[in-house]
Design a binder for this molecule. Sequence first.
Ligand SMILES: [Zn+2]
Length: 330
Amino acid sequence: MSILIKNALILTQNAKRERFFGDVYIEDQRIVQISKKPLSFEADYKIDGKHKWVLPGLINTHTHIPMTLLRGYGDDMILKQWLENRIWPVEAKLGSASVETGTKLGLLEMISSGTTTFSDMYFFEDTIGETTEKAGVRACLGFPMVDFGMPKYPADELFSECERFLRRWAKNPLITPVIGPHGTYTCGPEILQKTCELSEKYDSMVQIHCSETREEVYDVEKRYGVRPVEQLKKYGLLNDKTLLAHCGWITKSEITDIKTGGASVSHCPVSNMKMATGGYTPVPELLDAGVSVGLGTDGAASHRFRILFLILFTQRLVAMCVRQLCMVFR
Ligand SMILES: [Zn+2]
């Protein structure tokens, strides 16, 4: 399939970060040519780029995509109350059909905002993978793990199911399987230890909520004698394969540990504001230390806005973004 975009404002990611009006020609998901002068390729699809921007695909570094169905469910509550009294009880009743519906809605919102990749963690992640693959969107999907079990299978099958999930999606061109222990306050030592083993065995990335609230930090400290970042370090999970969501209550020495370990951070400011978590992700300090920081929306239930968002500037993703927009507007 080929696409020719004419007269758009092109935001490049070249060394000078140039912006100019011009044409873009794409063939089989690859950008063939970007030009300030008019291009005259015969393309399958021609798009008038007037009053439009062409920019790299955006990446949402932390979300729970089916939660589009729970948007607005539970306001003015702190995270613990919100999770325990509203979210977890209703999530226990969700099946794969509702997860598929929520995923489709989330995908539509992401595609319409130019988001071409997202990092997720939720129940029925196979269903999310199948739905995402059909939409042609790229995703890192985290197999969820918590101490209190999953709705789909018994607790004693948790790790074997995780391995099955990692194997199933290992070679998929769009879906990257990831291990998703929920957090150090919801996952005990056994899950953290096993996550480390599976991550090494399958060379898999790990994403986990970390130091989102002060209560979480105190809770982990009380139970295990260390703060969440230290707990992750203890179980071999503070490395360059780990993505930490939130980090709103971390110290300067923890920033150093995150940097030394090589982990990355997903900053979810709107979610933190909605849940009034009090702390804030020390983005300038993390960036100064050389830590990679991306933006995430978190689930739609813990923020008020449509899923948009950020980062990543590669030509391949630009092409994907354009292709998605073509599918939407066709
Ligand atoms: Zn989250």
